[in-house]
Design a protein around this ligand. Sequence first.
Ligand code: HEM
Length: 152
Amino acid sequence: MLGNLFYVLHVLGAVLWVGGMAFAILALRPALAALEPAQRLALHEGVLSRFFRIVWHAMPAVLLSGWLLLFGWYGGFQGSAWHIHLMHLLGLVMAGVFLALVTGPWRAFRAALAAGDRGRAGAAAERIRQLVSLNLVLGLATIAVAAWGRFG
Ligand code: HEM
């Protein structure tokens, strides 16, 4: 029962995190071209600050529930299959990319916006896009690995 709950939490966290990135990169971003640069930057800030707040909850939920499952139900490092090791590694890389993103370009983006420097804000937004795209690819790969390995 507790294991089921952790599993559900794990998958829901992954859905929110990876699904949010897919929406941001594949649907929202191309549509932003219709806006004036100033509006685009303001919308970027509004959307990303809400989304990153979600990731601040989803990411620890995915990692913690993953560790609880790994060590509580799947026999730890020795007992678990290849796909769990690969998922673990990819999950840690994704967490590192997210932390690098929020402490680097996201902070720079907000500072530039507050200072009214649209050029710097645009450059930081581009770096954010690159890192979110990287994490989207890693997240999709992680889900593919998880599902592939589980099916056997
Ligand atoms: C600390 C990192 C992680 C650990 C220790 C971990 C551990 C696990 C474990 C033990 C399972 C059960 C696998 C099975 O029953 O065969 C699982 C399932 C799953 N994990 Fe992770 N995970 C981690 C990170 C992630 C991340 C970052 C994602 C996605 C972005 C993810 C997505 C999934 C999905 C979708 C499943 C369900 C697979 C299925 O039922 O077909 N995991 N994880």
